[in-house]
Design a protein around this ligand. Structure first.
Ligand SMILES: O=C(COP(=O)(O)O)NO
Ligand SMILES: [Ca+2]
Ligand code: NA
Ligand SMILES: [Zn+2]
Length: 311
């Protein structure tokens, strides 16, 4: 059934496992994620960024929010596993309000590029409105490397655990995304893929909240190689290894944001199908194989994070 992100994450927090938060822009990815959740008997958080709302609404964010929310709700209510819908990286109050109106059960306000006091002020404002509507709020502290908040920050600014304690007390957010060394996209680490485990543990201890890891895609070699076999150029692609994610979950990460892995799997499936079926022009066929690859990647992630069987 369509569920509240807060219920999904409270259970994961209490029982110590990770739940994938999978980014979507369209029908195909929603179908693939729901199918994976059913096959794994796993909860799933579906998330859409502001860009995804624009894409689904052909430029109209509110229309996109309602279109995506209607699809997710209908698919979720047709299955026995809990599926929620979350606004990822909300920056604009108008867009956050559109998501709340459309029935998203949680929203992220990402003011992590602002000074702490301003992040607190903005986040508190969103919490007030969201909580009044029964919607949970995620916020971010610290900054991920790479393109983040449309600001290219050269280096990541890791979360300060003491600031995190103050932040959650003063804002009453429901989940917190501490920057601990990851970054968005397929090219995550210059050198070794490592994140600051100690920092995760400290933030968990001080906040006692479900924690969110952004930039958590693994960029699995098998999918990169398959996409490259059929013409993609993903040289230098590198993600967060499974064992690093599993340690992060052990230390208190419960929501694991995954976008890039689904994109690469879809790309590999699409390129493969088109290369092997030159006569094919039915999108239900070539999107069909691409969708199946996304389902596979999502299932793998659910198994790896420990949410399989936890529905
Ligand atoms: O943080 C993410 C996704 O990160 P990836 O690019 O690692 O999939 N979404 O908010
Ligand atoms: Ca941010
Ligand atoms: Na998010
Ligand atoms: Zn993110």
């Amino acid at each position: 059934p369509y569920a509240k992100t807060k219920d999904i994450l409270s259970k994961a927090h209490n029982e110590g496992y990770g739940v994938g938060a999978f980014n979507v822009n369209d029908l195909e990815f929603i179908q693939a994620i729901v199918k994976a959740a059913v096959m794994e008997n796993s909860p799933a958080i579906i998330e859409a960024s502001e860009g995804a709302l624009k894409y689904a609404g052909d430029g109209d964010v509110e229309k996109g929010a309602f279109i995506l929310a209607d699809m997710v709700r209908r698919y979720a209510d047709a299955v026995s596993v809990p599926i929620s819908l979350h606004l990822d990286h909300g920056h604009d109050l108008k867009h956050i309000m559109a998501a709340i109106k459309a029935g998203f059960t949680s929203v992220m306000i990402d003011a992590s590029d602002k000074p702490l006091e301003e992040n607190i002020r903005i986040t508190r404002q969103i919490v007030e409105v969201a909580h009044a509507a029964g919607v949970a709020v995620e916020a971010e502290l610290g900054r991920l490397m790479g393109i983040e908040d449309n600001v290219a920050s050269a280096e990541s600014v890791l979360v300060d655990p003491d600031e995190a304690k103050r932040f959650v007390t003063e804002t009453q957010v429901d989940f917190l995304a501490p920057a601990v060394g990851t970054s968005h996209g397929a090219f995550k680490f210059k050198g070794e893929a490592k994140i600051d485990y100690e920092r995760i543990s400290k933030v968990k201890e001080l906040t006692q909240l479900p924690l969110v890891l952004h930039g958590a895609s693994g960029v699995p070699a098998q999918w990169v190689e398959l996409a490259e076999k059929y013409g993609a150029d993903l040289s230098g692609a590198k993600g967060v290894p499974d064992e690093v994610l599993q340690e992060a979950v052990k230390r208190g990460i419960n929501k694991v944001n995954t976008d890039t892995d689904l994109r690469i799997a879809f790309l590999a499936g699409l390129r493969k199908h088109l290369a092997e079926n030159p006569k094919e022009f039915d999108p239900r066929k070539y999107f069909g194989e691409a969708k199946d690859f996304v389902t596979e990647v999502v299932r793998d992630r659910m198994k790896m994070l420990g949410s399989s069987g936890k529905a």
